[in-house]
Design a protein around this ligand. Structure first.
Ligand SMILES: [Zn+2]
Length: 99
């Protein structure tokens, strides 16, 4: 996991994972340390598979991960990007491929 994937809840500095251990097939305990030497916070967090967005092409029969609720909307862009005229799929730096 890359540095900065997790932020310290106290000072918002990047944190790093010192150790981790699986709790079960879908949950992992993470032991983290804040990289801000003025803070030094250490804590335990969990990483969990919550639900499936797209089924695996090679599903493990031991894993029973429910499908996402039908009304689930994945938040990929900030709300401001969803306003009309701020098409998040449009990158003005991209060169048009088709005329
Ligand atoms: Zn911190």
């Amino acid at each position: 996991m890359r540095k900065g994937f997790v932020q310290c809840p106290h000072c918002n500095a990047p944190a790093t994972i010192r150790t981790s251990e699986w709790v079960n097939e879908t949950v992992k305990d993470l032991y983290l340390i804040c990289l801000n030497t003025d803070c030094g916070h250490t804590w335990k967090a969990q990483l969990a598979a919550v639900f499936t967005l797209s089924p695996s092409a090679i599903p493990n029969p031991q894993i029973n991960l429910p499908m996402a609720p039908s009304d689930y909307v994945r938040r990929r862009y900030p709300e401001s990007a969803r306003e009309p005229g701020n098409d998040p799929g449009h990158d003005p730096r991209q060169i048009p491929m088709f005329g």
